[in-house]
Design a binder for this molecule. Structure first.
Ligand code: OFO
Length: 165
């Protein structure tokens, strides 16, 4: 059985994962409209994966006798002025998600909820990968700068990137 404190902290994370899915969906749609098929495909995949992260939490809460709360969808407000801004937002968002997962792990230990602590380890590992991939992408985008040719090649490259999940 989940404590109320853990249940509420996990529900907060459901919203964060759901919001992430919406944010990446908005980024995918923007990239698609700019004609960058590779970046759009990558972002659509990220959006789907964030939804899976959300579902894992929903199922876990319910399985442990809590009640998952399904949040409203948000309309993301993004600064779509350039790909650099877009990928900076992606990186910063993943850093924010990592901080939130860390806080959850902390609460699970405080509450001596070792099952939740164990469940959260999957998210901890995912965040290490996600941050690393987001950082690599951002480094590449910084190198490209405003070079349209470079961006075109990057759009092709990103199809082979491991998913940041
Ligand atoms: Fe990319 O964040 Fe989910 O976990």
């Amino acid at each position: 059985m989940l404590s109320k404190k853990i249940e509420s902290a996990l529900n907060k994370q459901i919203k964060i994962e759901g919001d992430s899915s919406q944010i990446y969906l908005a980024m995918a749609s923007w990239a698609e409209n700019q004609g960058f098929e590779g970046i759009a495909t990558f972002m659509y995949a990220q959006s789907d994966e964030e939804r899976v992260h959300m579902l894992k939490l929903v199922k876990y809460i319910n399985q442990r006798g809590g009640e998952a709360i399904i949040p409203a969808v948000i309309q993301p407000e993004l600064d779509h002025t350039s790909f650099k801004t877009l990928f900076t937002q992606l990186f910063e968002h993943e850093v924010y998600v990592s901080a939130s997962i860390n806080e959850l792990v902390h609460v699970s230990l405080e509450e001596r909820d070792y099952a939740t602590h164990n469940f959260l380890q999957w998210y901890v590992s995912e965040q290490i990968e996600e941050e690393a991939t987001a950082r690599t992408i951002l480094d590449k985008i910084n190198l490209i700068g405003d070079d349209k040719g470079g961006l075109y090649l990057f759009d092709n490259d990103i199809k082979n990137f491991p998913s940041i999940q």
